[in-house]
Design a protein around this ligand. Structure first.
Ligand code: NI
Length: 173
């Protein structure tokens, strides 16, 4: 197990679309476990492969509350989500390990279904994902398409964070 370096805003790898994974290998499982360790260490509740420099469709998520709930890690290859029928658009504050010190309100689906391949290569489907888990699935999947939450915040929130964003981008240029 190893801690990986988390890339920050301005790094081009964060903006590239990621490749689907055909076959699970021991290297991919090792990488996913390292990503979980890196996420817990940060600490954060989700991490996508481009954030550690790999443009592949892999995310890790654990939205259990540290020290209060048992860990509940998910490793998802090729995740895809769709809103459930009763889903509503809800706004909530988000942050991102690649955007330290930046927060903003993002509107997303409240209830989703996610499909992905697990570490054994089996297709999985989870219906009725809600709350932070639903939000995290959408946020991490966005990373795989080169999208960041700051692309989706209001003009007012972007203006408020403009100098921090500029500073981060400059550190990576
Ligand atoms: Ni993020």
């Amino acid at each position: 197990m190893a801690l990986l370096k988390i890339l920050t805003y301005g790094n081009e790898t964060l903006r590239k679309p990621c490749k689907a994974i055909d076959k699970i290998t021991p290297e991919l499982i090792e990488l996913a476990k390292d990503m979980l360790e890196t996420m817990y260490d940060a600490p954060g509740c989700g991490l996508a492969a481009p954030q550690i420099g790999k443009n592949i469709r892999l995310v890790v998520i654990d939205t259990a509350i540290p020290d209060e709930e048992d860990p509940n890690p998910y490793i998802m290859f090729n995740p895809e989500w769709e809103p459930e029928q009763e889903s509503e658009q809800v706004s909530h504050e988000e942050g991102c390990l690649s955007l330290p010190g930046i927060w903003g309100e993002v509107t997303r689906a409240s209830k989703v279904k996610v499909r992905y391949m697990d570490i054994n290569g089996n297709q999985q489907e989870i219906s009725g994902c809600e709350g932070l888990f639903a939000r995290c699935i959408q946020h991490e999947t966005d990373h795989l398409d080169g999208k960041l939450f700051v692309d989706k915040i209001s003009a007012a929130d972007r203006a408020m964070n403009a100098s921090k964003l500029k500073k981060l981008a400059k550190e990576n240029s």
